[in-house]
Ligand binder design. Structure first.
Ligand SMILES: *Cc1c(COP(=O)(O)O)cnc(C)c1O
Length: 473
């Protein structure tokens, strides 16, 4: 498989290796595969009999071509997905309010495990009962940093580690984060030989769990705490990539979400959901909480390769450029506004051009497949509360936006059913969620030890020259 730049489709294409190392084409375009592979019908017909490792390997193999040998790719895939991806039914609203003794649980007391799918993912799935529901949550937060970005970051770090294994210059991965990317990239690259990671994050603007995840690893991971906004961080990173004097001294690459090695493996869990989907005669409506639109773009790509789906929904917060575009046909960017679902506070979603490319830039065909909704912070709060009290499901703000958008669509389309992606564990946003539900969220095993650690960050002002001096020192 070769990849072309969306800024110059007739230019010279590059291999998966080149696209992964470059991140972005020299003309600043996003890389896009020259063809969309069709999955064999036998693979889809027999999907229930395949292991997740085999399925994921079959999905990604056409994209990596001959740049990674089969045993190596199988190892990378297996390490990428070595945690659970459960599809959990959301019970219909209970007809007997008060059945669950929420008011009698005192703050600080853990929730009864049975009522808290966020900590017992498989409880609902393994109970054997078929609940009469039309909504499921695809939980993508069971990886090491509790958000779906683990999948892309783990895959990309291992591919890059393989590609630079014979390089004698150390490679520096430079990345700006608004929260979840930093932790996933730090964890994905931790202790990978020959690679140093430098993460820029905006001081005071990430959640406490997010900050601990990216500042406590040490070794080859350095966190720079920038006195500024996420946009400042991103600007500094962009200047470094444009700076030839740095590029002469350092082998610099990015772990940005537009990298093909982060984007493509996100298809995996849409196929894992289809493995778990019981009613194969009625494919699901798939609702994806969206910011930069990389995740939903991977889902639509999977659909173009043969993944059954009835419709796609992009669930956005108040940053509504895409919902407006799909309604009016006018693409009008405006500055991003901060919301409770901060990982989706994106003004100009970079991956949307890839979605347009998948539909030949033809808006009417796109509209047949994709609907987008904008959900306000007020509605997000209500959704978290309703999910918790009426449906006994504890969601994070991003998942709550997804659930509500799915409900909107299902109300308008009776007879359909579907799932939303629960993109992060609610504990990552406990500062937001706990006051809404009036309870403490029990800490998952992976987070408790974090809280005892000391953050190690280097505070810097938001000036490129300071970053440059740091990188060259
Ligand atoms: C990054 C992120 C999103 C948005 O994903 P995109 O691929 O940028 O659309 C949604 N939810 C959470 C929790 C995230 O970290």
């Amino acid at each position: 498989m070769q990849y072309y730049s969306l800024n110059n489709p007739t230019g010279a294409p590059v291999s998966f290796k080149e696209a992964t190392i470059q991140g972005q084409a020299p003309d600043k375009g996003l890389y896009f595969p020259q063809s969309i592979p069709a999955l064999p019908k036998t693979l889809l017909d027999n999907i229930d009999t395949l292991s997740r490792e085999e399925l994921a390997y079959q999905v990604i193999r056409p994209y990596t071509g001959d740049t990674i040998p089969e045993p190596e790719l199988r190892r990378i895939v297996a390490e990428t997905i070595n945690f659970d991806f459960p599809l959990v039914p959301i019970s219909p609203a209970s007809s007997t309010p008060g059945e669950r003794p929420i008011a009698t649980v005192s703050p600080g007391e853990p929730l009864p495990a049975s009522a808290n799918p966020a900590t017992t993912p498989s409880a609902a799935a393994s109970s054997g009962k078929t609940p009469a529901t039309n909504s499921w949550a695809l939980e993508l937060f069971h990886g090491p940093t509790l958000a779906f970005k683990d999948v892309g970051a783990r895959f990309m770090s291992r591919c890059l580690g393989y590609f630079v294994r014979d390089t004698h210059r150390p490679v520096t991965v430079l990345v700006a984060t608004s929260g979840d990317t930093g932790g996933a990239v730090a964890s994905g690259f931790y202790d990978v030989e020959g690679i140093n990671v430098v993460i820029l994050y905006p001081s005071g603007k990430v959640s406490s769990v997010q900050e601990l995840q990216l500042t406590t690893l040490g070794k080859n991971i350095t966190a720079l705490e920038v006195n500024g906004s996420f946009d400042d961080c991103q600007q500094m990173v962009k200047e470094a990539f444009a700076d030839q004097s740095i590029k002469q001294k350092l082998f610099l690459t990015s772990a940005n979400s537009i990298n093909v090695a982060r984007w493509l493996p996100q298809q995996f869990y849409y196929f894992f959901a289809w493995q778990q989907w019981a009613d194969k005669a009625h494919p699901p409506v798939i609702c994806v909480p969206s910011g930069n639109f990389g995740n939903i773009c991977a889902g639509i790509l999977a659909h173009c390769s043969g993944l059954p789906a009835s419709h796609f929904i992009a669930a956005c917060n108040a940053n509504d450029v895409i919902p407006m575009f799909l309604q009016t046909g006018e693409f009008q960017t405006k500055p991003s506004v901060p919301t409770l679902s901060n990982a989706m506070d994106v003004a100009n979603p970079s991956n949307f051009v890839r979605i347009l490319e998948l539909f030949g830039k033809h808006l009417p065909s796109l509209q047949k497949t994709l609907t987008a909704y904008s959900i306000s912070d007020e509605e997000t709060i209500t959704a978290i509360r309703r999910l918790f009290t009426d449906h006994h499901y504890l969601a994070d703000p991003h998942g709550a936006v997804g659930w509500l958008a799915l409900q909107r669509f299902l109300e308008a389309h009776p007879g359909e059913k579907g799932y939303f992606l629960e993109t992060a564990h609610p504990v990552k946003f406990y500062d937001t969620v706990e006051p809404i539900i009036g309870q403490r969220i029990p800490l998952p095993d992976s987070v408790a030890p974090l809280l005892d650690k000391q953050k190690q960050s280097k505070k810097i002002e938001a000036h490129y020259t300071i970053l440059k001096d740091f990188l060259l020192s």
